[in-house]
Design a protein around this ligand. Sequence first.
Ligand code: NZQ
Ligand code: ZN
Length: 422
Amino acid sequence: MENFSWECSTRVRSGQGCVREYLAEMVRTFAPGGQNILLGYGGGSVKKNGAYDDIMAVLTEMGYSHADAQETDGCGPCSYKIVEFTGIMSNPTLAKMLEGAELARRNNIGLIIGAGGGSVMDCCKAVSVQAGYDGDAWEDFWMQGKPMTHRVVPCGVVVTMPATGSEVNGCAVLTNEETKIKCDRDYPEMNPAFALMDPAYTLTMPVRQMKAGTFDILSHIMETYFSWPLEPNPADDISEALMKGLIRDFRAALADPQDMQARSNIMWTASLAENRIIKTGKSKDFQAHNMEHQLSAYTNCNHGEGLAVLHPVYYRHIYKAGLAKFVSFARNVWGLTEKDAEGFRVSCGSTMSDDEALALAGIDALAAFIQEAGLPTTLRDLGFGEDERKLLPEIAESCFISGGAFRPMTAAEILEIYNECW
Ligand code: NZQ
Ligand code: ZN
């Protein structure tokens, strides 16, 4: 395996009722003596799933008051306030992050709490970086990847949608609408200070969102697993177990979206996929993510759905370069055997080797599962029309190329993949 450093500094508290149980302790730890709090959220789902009420109940009990109430009631300066940063959109923009950072500076914020899915968490994590920085955080960290040495304002999260694993990693994805670049960066300094994960909040997620988010989790595991080294190793052993469990829980949640056991398992799997443990010693591909991020930068398509369209097509392009891993995937995740390899060979009238046939049968099993889950399988399913199709060459040119892949892509091959996804 490759050399690695591993750390995950986030304090996780999981389970039903965990916000009421642990938020006060987290606030006392990360805003000692009381400090103004910025509460970030999206389009309002937090007000329906219970997260907002739980957070406000705890903070009010601690003596915090809403900034609006302070203005009208004339509360004294000794009372710390909660400032709301609302309307964080899916695929958050750089402009939105800058708005949050300005709000944080203006209100002397000492702790940021982001309540929502990956978009809210990412945006709040990025705000925590920019709020304490005098320079241009996008340029210095997202574009240039400079070391982060300034003090980041502590940021904790309340997760309402499992998908990105943003709650336990230092990654934040932003879209610069002017340059049309969607870019992720992972800094240990950006790991949330704490993550409160109540699976009951996820029950209000629309089924479409649940499917997209769960596929995103599977994608994070696959993007890591399908990278060097090919030899068996502890990280890939964990990944295989996580993929099998996630497929089981995904099926259970599709059959009964209110299945709390399945929803709890999916929520924790999202974190286990992204707390960097399965990345130890791996080169990490994430080319499918790079290709999806640029589709999203140009069209604002849904992240998990875009990945569902891209994965099987991308893997049919690269499987030969990482054959042993694709064979293990077929055997250990989908339970396929030589009999399935033979069946695959016969179905396409080919004389390919057992390993190749098994690898391709494994990719077919993945594609069949995507269909079974009712996820989109073509760019047209994502809502792309002729206008978007014309943009594909430009989008392909704009993709970051992964350095950890079995075989590096070129813009020309990415365009081929996009066209095959049409
Ligand atoms: O805006 P609100 O009202 O919160 O509604 C959201 C949003 O419309 C809704 N939602 C969330 N929890 C809900 C709920 N609706 C009902 N009940 C609930 N309990 O779901 C919609 C989608 O939310 P969003 O946060 O956009 O989804 P997701 O978690 O998939 O995040 C996507 C973003 O994360 C980035 C993606 O690129 C995209 O920008 N990623 C972040 C990563 C990371 N930080 O590690 C890695 C990922 O690969 C990914 O790139
Ligand atoms: Zn993702």
